[in-house]
Design a binder for this molecule. Structure first.
Ligand code: ADP
Length: 434
């Protein structure tokens, strides 16, 4: 800004001009000098004020970057202002270019991106919102998303206001399925991403159908083969000891294949979707006792110490096949993988609002690096051992899917050398009376 020197010159001039008057000089020349000095001061102040006004107006007009003509020190001030404004303008242009490149990039994305304010109103959307959600952009800017996407499940998810994932039919293309993901931003805004997952679901269905069909097709020939093996084994004088040994091996392998096919079909059934409503009252306590009595021979031969804590009155509203799969697979695993002389404890009881089915053993346990993969199909900690003990590698996967059908969850805890604990938790709304 203006330095003190610029103010001093006219002030001194005015002071000197008016000095004779202050000193008592009443001569007309003294008076004329004083008046002249005052006029110079007034003119000087008025000129500077007009320059400041010009500067203000120039800054206030965004389109006019070039500075107005000026002289003296004001020329220097305007040229400084010009350099600053040019820099600002360049930065603005660069920002605009970056923004439009960013917009173009996300506009060609096949996924829908929506930025929502804390009230759920659309602040911003990309072009795919028209194709998949049927939104009109930018007409729908500022509209609450819940007014535009009216699917009841989506509305419940949206009103919950929490991050998460939901599947829904595409409002603008009902034959397509969308997966919506909500991400919360620190300022209370949220980002919604909708992805067309129809192709993924279709491939998943093809895989499921393929496995189910192959398993189904294998079932009949396997039944025929195992039937003939049994007949041959029972036929007196059919071959020597060696031939009988081969038949025994064939019978074992056929039974293994039948187990595998049965497990694959069970998984296919569980994956096919929700069970038909309303189900029946299934009491796991009875299923545990049946399973344990069917496995009595193995339990005794390994001298396993069994204990139970079963609430007989506690039942589930479910389908018996599903709960049998859970009970049988977990108990069979405990018996298979627990060394002789160790303990197995089976529990079915209430735990708070929930009900929980627990199978605990003091066996060799599972190293922690395997725990998160145990429910994958065909995942085994020790392949050779699992096969030798007749495992198909599908047991825990079946348990997980069967539990999920009733909004239940499978939890695993295990420590090498100390044993394992598998628990299936069922929510209160699935509990029923015997
Ligand atoms: P499998 O038919 O091989 O038993 P599962 O899916 O039932 O297949 O189990 C997967 C793997 O988890 C098993 O191969 C075994 O290594 C491990 N496992 C399951 N239950 C137990 C248990 N109670 N103790 C130790 N390991 C277990």
């Amino acid at each position: 800004m203006l330095s003190v020197r610029n103010w001093l010159a006219p002030a001194l001039l005015a002071g000197l001009g008016a000095a004779p008057v202050w000193l008592g000089c009443a001569h007309p020349i003294c008076r004329a000098m004083a008046i002249l000095a005052l006029l110079v001061l007034v003119f000087w102040v008025a000129w500077h004020r007009s320059q400041v006004h010009k500067l203000r107006q120039w800054f206030a007009s965004p389109d006019n970057v070039l500075p107005p003509p000026a002289s003296g020190q004001w020329e220097e001030i305007f040229s400084l202002g010009y350099r600053w404004r040019k820099g600002e303008e360049q930065q603005r242009q660069q920002l605009n270019e970056a923004m439009s490149q960013f917009r173009e990039a996300i506009d060609i994305l096949p996924d829908v991106l929506l930025l929502l304010d804390p009230a759920g109103q659309i602040l911003w959307a990309n072009r795919a919102c028209a194709r998949l959600l049927g939104l009109r952009w930018p007409t729908d800017r500022g509209q609450p998303l819940s007014y535009l996407v009216r699917n009841p499940r989506f509305l419940a998810f949206f009103e919950a206001g929490a991050p998460g994932t939901i599947q829904l039919p595409a409002p603008a293309l009902p034959e397509r399925t969308l997966e919506g993901n909500r991400y919360m931003l620190p300022n209370g805004h949220s980002l919604m991403v909708f992805r067309d997952i129809s192709r993924l679901l279709q491939l998943e269905q093809v895989r499921r159908d393929f496995v189910a069909n192959v398993s189904h097709e294998l079932r009949s020939p396997l039944t025929v083969v195992s039937g003939f093996i049994e007949t041959l084994q029972d036929t007196p004088g059919c071959g020597n000891d060696e031939a009988l040994g081969y038949l025994q091996l064939m019978a074992q392998q056929t039974a293994r294949m039948q187990d595998l096919v049965d497990d694959l079909l069970t998984l296919a059934r569980l994956e096919a979707g929700a069970p038909p409503q309303p189900g029946e009252a299934v009491c796991p306590a009875g299923l545990v006792e049946q399973t344990l009595s069917a496995m009595q021979e193995q339990v005794q031969s390994k001298q396993l110490r069994l204990s139970t804590d079963l609430d007989r009155a506690l039942c589930l509203q479910a389908h018996s096949l599903d709960i049998t799969s859970i009970v049988r697979n977990l108990i069979e695993n405990a018996v298979k993988y627990t060394p002789a002389g160790e303990r197995i404890h089976v529990v079915w009881r209430r735990q708070g609002e929930e009900a929980v089915f627990i199978v605990e053993d003091t066996g060799e346990g599972i190293p922690p690096e395997h725990l998160h993969r145990l429910t994958e199909r065909f995942y085994r900690v020790d392949k050779g051992r699992s096969r030798a003990s007749g495992g198909t590698g599908l047991g825990l996967s079946i348990v997980k899917h069967a539990a999920a059908r009733y909004d239940g969850r499978l939890e695993l805890e295990s420590a090498p050398g100390r044993g394992s604990r598998f628990s299936v938790h069922f929510p209160a709304q699935r509990l029923g009376q015997a």
